[in-house]
Design a protein. Structure first.
Length: 486
């Protein structure tokens, strides 16, 4: 056989090996079956190369098809945030004032909380602020407590749940946004049995000794062993937020914390801090107010708290898919005051524009709550690969992804131990106006090589209901083969 003939045969064999990858569903035979039921899929898995070179493609289904990534959008946010600030960045919340503090500890004017955009600001932080203000010698505020959300807030809503939450809500995930929000924009009350059968349940605040929002309590205490069932809805009335509680609680039931999104997160912060100042022995003469104006340039710093490092915030944003934290973090990416969610999305898009070969992307929010967000499996993998090659950022980035075998989300614990122990992933879920199940992350092969994978599954008006088992089970089988083969 001539050398020319041999080379032609080798070329034919090589081309034959490439043909299956070029075909629809190559490398994803189980996942591809979903396309036969009308679902739109963009999927790609590839090994990572060395020195910035792209590695071997292991499978693809329309990898450049633009689909909704749902909460996989948060991986883009995490990368943009780490690129902007680095893993150790902390957001600072301050108490400031331009007023004079006299020798008796009286502040002769307003005390201003300067909301620093901390996505994880909590009651404990407000308590530390109150304590530090007391340590600074303040015993009385002659003016008002003013909560300033000049960086952003109130933020215009662009999703149905958040728009409805301005007046009422029966959930915690639709929290409104502010640079001065506390406790993820949620009120918390504790519901416990009353002192005797037939009496109302005992309702207390989770965050202060006194109730700091209105309560309409119609939860009845019933006999031990009779079961517990009650509903909770936050409504906004003329006097402010009110928690409506309806149902019954057994006399032997354990107390339960109930979380509902507030109607005004800056006002919630003001009421919570006001209660803590009073508990710390600091009287406030003229109540509270909220503002969108920055504190005056002459204001002095009286107390401050620093939030958790960014790498810890990302664990909560990614592991728990916290939408409030994600969108607050994204709003911080905007350099000008009065930021909107659309500007936050543009800041993420600007970051993606610097990733070679990513392709188109649309980000209208950092949380992924908007179905209009768009990317492709190939684009998402370019993002993952770019972070893999950034040695100073990659440990914090990959740590925010979940391992199925020990992640906080139980629904991802599917497939064999090989699958569960060899991948790290971020999931995304939407059910309206159509179903979305998205998953993206890293895998390690048997030989220890790194790879990236992204699968975006979008339903249509004509496709059946979609659950995670329908996506994760076939994906696990397909990825197991890739992991085993390499």
């Amino acid at each position: 056989m001539s050398s020319v003939t041999a080379r032609l045969r080798c070329l034919a064999l090589f081309c034959g090996l490439l043909l299956p990858l070029a075909a629809s569903g190559a490398g994803f035979p189980e996942l591809e079956k979903m396309t036969e039921r009308g679902f739109r899929i963009s999927a790609e898995a590839r090994l990572l190369g060395d020195g910035g070179r792209s590695g071997e493609a292991l499978g693809a289904i329309e990898p450049e098809l633009q689909l909704s990534p749902a909460s996989v959008s948060k991986a883009y946010l995490a990368a943009a945030a780490l690129d902007r600030w680095g893993p150790q960045h902390r957001f600072t919340t301050k108490l400031v004032s331009a007023a004079e503090l006299d020798g008796n500890g009286v502040l002769r004017g307003d005390l201003i909380l300067d909301g620093g955009g901390d996505p994880a600001l909590a009651s404990e932080d407000l308590w530390r602020l109150a304590q530090r203000l007391h340590q600074a010698g303040v015993r009385e505020i002659e003016g008002r407590l003013v909560v300033s959300q000049w960086r952003f807030g109130p933020v215009e809503c662009i999703t149905t749940d958040r728009c409805e939450a301005q007046s009422r809500t029966a959930n915690s995930y639709s929290a409104l946004l502010s640079s001065a929000g506390v406790n993820h924009g949620n009120w918390c009350v504790n519901v416990a049995p009353g002192a005797a059968i037939g009496e109302p349940a005992r309702i207390t605040s989770c965050d202060s000794q006194s109730l700091i929002l209105g309560i309409d309590n119609q939860v009845e205490t019933r006999a031990a062993g009779s079961g517990t069932e009650f509903s909770a809805e936050r409504v906004t009335r003329e006097e402010g937020d009110v928690m409506l509680l309806r149902g019954h609680i057994a006399r032997d039931a354990a107390p339960r914390d109930v979380y509902r999104a507030s109607g005004d997160p800056a006002r919630q912060t003001a009421r919570t801090l006001l209660a803590m100042l009073e508990q710390a022995g600091i009287a406030v003469g003229q109540g509270y107010a909220t503002s969108i104006e920055a504190p005056p340039a002459s204001a002095r710093n009286l107390a401050q708290v620093e939030g958790k490092p960014l790498q810890e915030l990302l664990l909560q944003v990614m592991n728990y898919s916290n939408n409030f934290m994600a969108d607050v973090l994204a709003l911080n990416l905007v350099d000008t005051p009065r930021a909107s969610l659309l500007q936050a999305g543009e800041a993420i898009q600007d970051y993606v524009a610097g990733l070679p070969d990513h392709g188109p992307v649309v980000m209208l929010s950092g949380s992924g709550l908007t179905t209009e967000n768009r990317t492709s499996a190939r684009g998402a993998n370019v993002l993952l690969e770019s972070m893999f090659h950034r040695s100073s950022l990659f440990p914090s980035f990959v740590a925010s992804f979940q391992s199925p075998s020990n992640g906080v989300a139980r629904f991802i614990r599917r497939g064999s131990p090989l699958f569960q122990d060899h991948i790290m992933l971020k999931t995304g879920t939407l059910n309206q106006p159509y179903a979305v199940r998205a998953v993206s992350g890293y895998f390690r092969t048997r030989s220890g090589r790194w790879g990236v994978f992204t699968v975006l599954v979008n339903g249509t008006a004509s496709t059946p209901w979609l659950n995670w088992a329908q996506v994760l089970d076939p994906l696990a089988q397909d990825l197991e083969r890739m992991i085993e083969a390499h």
